[in-house]
Write a protein that binds this ligand. Structure first.
Ligand SMILES: [Zn+2]
Length: 231
């Protein structure tokens, strides 16, 4: 084999290996927060990969070396990404803090209603009682506070555009990700644009995705972590 070809092959193999784990550095152990390693175990007839707490593997934590089957984890994650409405809702923050803006608006309407009531009460009264004017002042202060909070919440939900854009790109480029993924490095890059970290539970079946817009989404897995001795 010519030198150049050999180099190219080695390069491709290295690239494949690097992309084999779509979650390098972002899948973290829920107990200690350190990265989950993808470890492959070859047996006589089979080979299977697991995500295992890297710190536990190196004896620097007591998280246990139970493994989450990598194929199960990846399929679950990519399957979730095909649920457009769920992911869009999380990324745009519409259901993120359920009804935050709505509840602020409801409180604002209430405060404004009380203001009006006091205004009617003192209507035509040149010298309203101290108590009433104090109460009105407090209500007006609360009113402007609420208006600021509402503005902030709306701005926050707009600021989530970048991960939402990455998601739209992902859905266009990988419409059915579980069938065949030709370009894992691109997929990996798009996942990183959306996801801050994934907390992988090491003692129960599940994980939570923490998106870059600050929202989190919990997922249950159907298979439990496999104890080290059965890996
Ligand atoms: Zn750990």
């Amino acid at each position: 084999m010519g030198g150049r070809l050999k180099v190219a092959r080695n390069f491709c193999a290295a690239a494949r290996k690097a992309d084999a784990n779509l979650f390098t550095g972002i899948a973290l152990c829920s107990k200690c927060g350190r990265p989950m390693n993808k470890n492959t175990y070859r047996r006589k007839e089979t080979q299977r990969s697991y995500l295992i707490c890297g710190a536990a593997l190196h004896d620097t934590s007591n998280c246990g070396t139970s493994g989450i089957r990598y194929d199960v984890f990846e399929n679950s994650f990519l399957g979730l990404l095909t649920q457009d409405e769920t992911v869009r809702a999380v990324l745009t923050g519409k259901t993120a803090e359920p009804g935050k803006v709505d509840s602020l608006k409801a409180e604002l309407a209430d405060v404004q209603g009380q203001c009006e009531k006091y205004m009617r009460l003192i209507d035509g009264d040149d010298k309203p009682s101290r108590r009433i004017s104090d109460a009105l002042k407090a209500l007006e202060a609360r009113e402007s506070e609420l208006q600021d909070q509402i503005e902030l919440e709306i701005a926050k939900s707009k600021a989530t555009a970048p991960p939402a854009q990455a998601y739209e790109a992902l859905r266009q480029e990988f419409p059915i990700p579980t069938i065949r993924i030709d370009n894992r490095s691109r997929l990996k890059e798009l996942i990183r644009s959306m996801v801050e970290r994934i907390e992988v539970k090491v003692s129960e079946p599940g994980y939570s995705i923490h998106f870059k817009n600050g929202q989190a989404y919990g997922v249950k897995l159907l298979s439990r972590p496999v104890p080290a001795e059965r890996i």
